[in-house]
Design a protein around this ligand. Structure first.
Ligand SMILES: *Cc1c(COP(=O)(O)O)cnc(C)c1O
Length: 420
């Protein structure tokens, strides 16, 4: 459920018409709905209410400080994957015991920062990382809380770029090496073994890969227990998909939780979940203006002022995003068009061969489901300043990241010294 809907033929985010925001902040801009964000988080929390759990929202999905702050106020902890993301959650005042740190490439400095902040646990992705953390914790005179991220080798049946739980993926510790590495970890004097972690991919639309992965890791949990290694935390990652189009919708959080909790019966573990997309994906849209309509021989192109630098998902994953006119007119026939950006790449598109209502030059259009992996993946290709981000709460909106200026973008660069 989201709060982007037509009212008097204008799309409103909650109670604010999107065209009114466009007048005030210009285009393109991302718009997030506070009510949708908090609703999605609440649904997820309620789904797991029966068990001891911590929802660690995956910061990488949408890391705007205002979004993080809103989620923290509603009880979320955070899953971070870099020192930069740690800094973000520190700035909103998140206590260490609600932070888990994932990622295959943690640097020494990132590990030190996280140790100093007293995070809940590191999700360790390799033997080398485990030993590095032990050394650094020793230098700081602390014990580092860790979970090992185990790669269960199950096929999440999602797009290959966002599948992480297969043997061939770079993530996690191979299932068959897990026991041995836990035994090693138990010998390290600055490591405190907390648990086990597993994240198999993103935009999963069926439950069976989650359940298969869980069964496999629970076998490990039991085997460890027999050896005297008692885990207290089980982190099942994120990955629950969202509906982007009209096809069969992904399972609801309630069903997802039900399937997992059934397997967990009899295990005394604090559950950690790292949802990203399912919280923010449909809580955000990208609003852009039509610059040109262009008819080539057998195709009509709607050329917008947003491009793949603003929203990369179609170019990166051939992703589908719903598109709607911000102001709706009736009685005009729909036509098949391509919606494309201004960037010099043929991959710069938002929709191909899509049946859409007619657009005129100057019209606003809304690209749906852009709240996750939208702004965070945006860049400056073609020297385009990044879009503004706006957060709506009821009848008011706040610019939570103003549009970048060309000065900000160019000030990082210098000319060579004269005469060289
Ligand atoms: C990306 C990621 C997530 C969030 O995935 P979603 O599909 O957005 O829910 C959670 N955990 C880890 C380790 C990730 O890399």
């Amino acid at each position: 459920m989201d709060h982007f809907h037509y009212l008097d033929d204008r799309i409103h985010c909650e109670e604010v018409p999107l065209d009114q925001i466009a007048e005030a902040v210009g285009t393109p801009f991302y718009c997030y709905s506070a009510k949708t964000l908090t609703h999605h988080l609440a649904v997820f929390q309620q789904a797991f209410a029966k068990t001891t759990h911590l929802i660690c929202y995956s910061v990488k999905a949408n890391s705007n400080l205002a979004v993080l702050d809103l989620l923290a106020r509603n009880g979320a902890g955070f899953d971070i994957v870099s020192g930069g993301e740690l800094e973000r959650v520190r700035r909103i005042g998140c206590p260490g015991n609600k932070i888990v740190f994932s990622g295959v490439g943690k640097t020494r400095e990132e590990i030190r920062q996280a140790l100093r902040h007293g995070i809940l646990m590191f999700n360790v992705e390799s033997r080398s990382e485990l030993y590095r953390i032990d050394t650094l914790a020793g230098e700081l005179g602390v014990k580092a809380p860790v979970a090992l991220r185990i790669n269960p080798d199950v096929d999440p049946k999602t797009h290959p770029h966002i599948s992480t739980g297969l043997k061939r993926n770079k993530f996690g510790i191979p299932y068959h090496n897990a026991l041995e590495l836990y035994r090693n970890a138990a010998q390290l004097s600055h490591i405190h073994i907390m648990g086990l972690d597993c994240h198999i991919g993103s935009q999963l639309t069926t439950l069976s890969p989650f359940v298969d992965a869980l069964k496999r890791v629970l076998t490990l949990v039991s085997a460890l227990k027999r050896e005297g290694i008692h885990l207290t935390h089980l982190d099942l990652g994120g990955g629950l998909g969202i509906p982007y189009d009209q096809s069969r919708p992904p399972p609801l959080p309630d069903h997802y939780a039900g399937a997992l909790l059934q397997e967990l019966d009899g295990f005394d573990l604090t559950l950690i979940l790292e949802p990203g997309r399912v919280i923010v994906g449909n809580a955000g849209v990208l609003v852009t203006r039509v610059e040109y309509i262009k008819d080539n021989e057998d195709k009509r192109f709607i050329i917008t002022d947003a491009g793949m630098n603003d929203l990369m998902r179609p170019a990166l994953y051939n992703a589908y995003h719903g598109i709607q006119p911000v102001v709706r007119r009736f009685g005009e026939e729909e036509t098949v068009v391509d919606v494309v950006g201004p960037i010099c790449e043929s991959g710069d598109f938002f929709a191909r061969d899509r049946l859409l209502p007619p657009f005129a030059e100057g019209d606003l259009l809304m690209v749906r489901s852009a709240g996750a992996y939208g702004f965070v993946m945006s860049g400056n290709y073609n020297t385009r300043p990044r879009a503004a981000e706006v957060l709506v709460q009821g009848n008011r909106f706040t610019v939570v990241r103003r549009r970048e200026t060309l000065d900000e973008l160019l000030n990082h660069e210098t000319l060579l010294p004269q005469g060289s």
